[in-house]
Write a protein that binds this ligand. Sequence first.
Ligand code: G6P
Length: 368
Amino acid sequence: MLADKGNHRHFMLKEIYEQPEVIGHTLGHYLSFNNLQVNLPESGGLDFAKIDRINMTACGTAYYAGLTSKYWFEGLARLPVDIDIASEFRYREAPLSKDGLSLFISQSGETADTLAGLKYCEEQGQHLAAVVNVRESTIARASHSVFPTLAGPEIGVASTKAFTCQLSTLASLAVAAGVQRGHIDREREKQLVRDLSEAPRYANEVLHLEDTIAKLAHRLANKQHVLYLGRDTNFPLAMEGALKLKELSYIHAEGYAAGELKHGPIALVDENMPIVVIAPHDRIFEKTVSNMQEVAARGGQIILITDPKGAEAVGMDEAEIIVMPEMPEIITPIIYALPIQMLAYHTAVHMGTDVDQPRNLAKSVTVE
Ligand code: G6P
């Protein structure tokens, strides 16, 4: 079947709009919404209670999905996670735990460096698990446990729906791990499944912010540099946002942990530097506000992505605010990915770059 853009101008926009549906399909594969339980089909006998460590390997956007899930696995399941970029991991000769799980995240399931990392772990006798979008792929076939993302074919070179489906899968796995390891009781499991099940509805709601975001994208277009800041699970999302902007609009962008601002990037801040801050009103929101004040004092132009409570609490006239709905904490990185994607998309459209086929990039990198 030939891929079709439907009524959308680009595959990327079509794929952004498919997210409520494909996030729902993916979550439905792992969660039973009737009895509010998490299930792991095709887990290949994997028992998280017998695992003492996960080592994750991935490239590009898939790496940022993995890094987000480190916070979930460690917080919800008290399971330590080491995560590496595949091109580093494959040559690093990492010592692996005897009872460890090696987890590979890949949309295509064919990325050469990720596959080389898998071969290394196979030689070390690890249990191999894969989060993949292509079920017949080499990485899926080589793994003992396969956790599919049900994003459907992704055509746009810059990943969108595969990313949010990877996050949906990894969040479900982390909840399953928490249950199996006895850190999540039945009531908490029910609540987390309810929270995750809300993701498609919120994804749909935030798509309505597209016009607002398209207008704000003018502020990024033709800039030399853009800084993205976030804390906790929004730190990997800040890096993913910077990656999307670089890939699509060729503007230099960096994603930083907001707390690291003072250790370097603050030196770059002036009135020509837009700063995108991803900060739902959570337990560390106030910390991020003080980072924003430091930026504002140096003339940096802030675009803040937050919720109504955050917008009220921030009290800064200098910031442009994208107001997201208030939502359960576990789904924030999934849903906040959408405005990040739309911001990069519309910046690229303003600049007239080739959104679906950015220069020098390939959808799947099967050579080293
Ligand atoms: C390429 C693509 C990215 C993708 C990365 C990893 O760089 O342009 O969008 O995140 O490869 O690909 P994978 O198929 O392993 O997820």
